[in-house]
Write a protein that binds this ligand. Structure first.
Ligand code: IPM
Ligand code: MN
Length: 357
């Protein structure tokens, strides 16, 4: 099979980590008869500062024609916060209707977690974050801006369709994942009496169609506490865009941090975008110190999404082996290897397993 993959290295350390992800994909492709054609797009802060362009409609159309998109990082110290995030990252999520943000929270053996007495058997769940609605749609405005009477309104938009497709995806994913067969709805029904009410009702309805899955409900604040105290209770968590953003930062840190956390922006059946969750890390740019594992993990998720299950499994095992046997830490500058060497270690594991099989 031949895949067209768009690569958006982006800002800061984005290019360094995507280089390693691309290297690893070539290697895994070789042993599984998969070839990739990578098209690079130089979107990001540098281009914006030079040309004023964020992302053009033409590029959006080109990306629509690809199989998947691999994103490095978006964010530049000289660009006001929000411009690049909204103009590129959120624009892509909305334009391609990538309505699922899939964020695994899996602690691999040998990885440090700040949770005392918790290990890989305890931290193994996924967060399904709604990715196309809620507070992220940019609905609202100012009134009397800059005056003492100023009013700021930011609306959270929740459509029946949007909520339902997200919840349905979570239940389907839970069946496919086939672990605890448990879905937790995370919302705030005691305060958000409209939006969380809709989520709650749709959740109950959809759950009826999945008699093999047990369910529970948690308020988002309590869930933040339980994610730290008892992460083992989770299998699949489904939630809205904003709560999903917040709780997946907790997820990232308990699974070993930004050196490993990855996610997928998905519209089932269409091109999806995979990314390391960490940012552009300006202070590490160009030093070869950043850990590319999160970007490599994003590539692994991409293989799984593309249906290349055996390749995805091999790459997962290679990632697990490198973090278990080789890396001293997942933190930038403390890995015991350079960025490129970490990519090479993964490639070597892949080649080792290919020659054994
Ligand atoms: C994320 C990020 C983005 C978000 C920012 C950069 C807009 O925090 O992907 O989690 O809030 O969705
Ligand atoms: Mn976030």
């Amino acid at each position: 099979m031949n895949y067209n993959i768009a690569v958006i290295p982006g800002d800061g350390t984005g290019p360094e980590v995507t280089t390693e992800a691309v290297k690893v994909l070539h290697a895994v492709g070789k042993s599984h008869n998969i070839s990739f054609e990578f098209t690079h797009y130089d979107l990001g802060g540098e281009r914006y500062l030079k040309t004023g362009e964020l992302i053009s409609d033409n590029i959006i159309e080109e990306l629509r024609q690809t199989h998947c998109i691999l994103l490095g990082a978006i964010g530049h110290p000289e660009v006001r916060p929000g411009i690049l995030e909204q103009g590129i990252l959120l624009r892509l999520r909305f334009a391609l209707d990538l309505y699922i943000n899939l964020r695994p929270v899996i602690l691999l053996p040998g990885v440090y977690t700040p949770l005392k007495d918790k290990g890989p058997q305890d931290i193994d769940f996924v967060v399904i974050r709604e990715n196309s609605e809620g507070a992220y749609v940019g609905s609202g405005g100012f009134f009397k801006k800059g005056t003492p009477d100023e009013i700021a309104v930011q609306e959270s938009i929740n459509t029946r369709k949007g909520v339902e497709r997200c919840i349905r995806y979570a239940f389907d994913y839970c069946m496919k994942r086939d672990k605890k067969r448990h879905v937790t709805l995370c919302a705030k029904t005691n305060v958000l009496t409209y939006e969380s009410d809709l989520w709650y009702r749709v959740f109950q309805e959809v759950a009826q169609e999945y008699p093999d899955i047990s369910t529970d409900y948690q308020h988002v604040d309590a869930l933040c506490m339980w994610m730290i105290k008892s992460p083992e209770r989770y299998d699949v968590i489904v939630t809205n865009n904003m709560f999903g953003d917040i709780i997946t930062d907790i997820g990232a840190i308990i699974q070993g941090g930004l050196g490993i956390a990855a996610g997928g922006n998905i519209h089932p059946g269409g091109p999806a975008m995979f990314e390391p969750i960490g940012g552009s890390a300006p202070k590490y740019t160009g030093l070869g110190k950043i850990n590319p594992m999160a970007a490599i993990y994003a590539a692994q998720m991409m293989l799984e999404y593309l249906g290349e299950i055996r390749a995805a499994e091999d790459l997962f095992q290679a990632i697990a082996a490198v973090v278990r046997d080789d890396l001293e830490s997942l933190e930038a500058g403390k890995m015991g290897y350079t960025t490129a060497e970490v990519g090479d270690l993964v490639v070597n594991k892949l080649e080792g397993s290919a020659s054994r099989s």
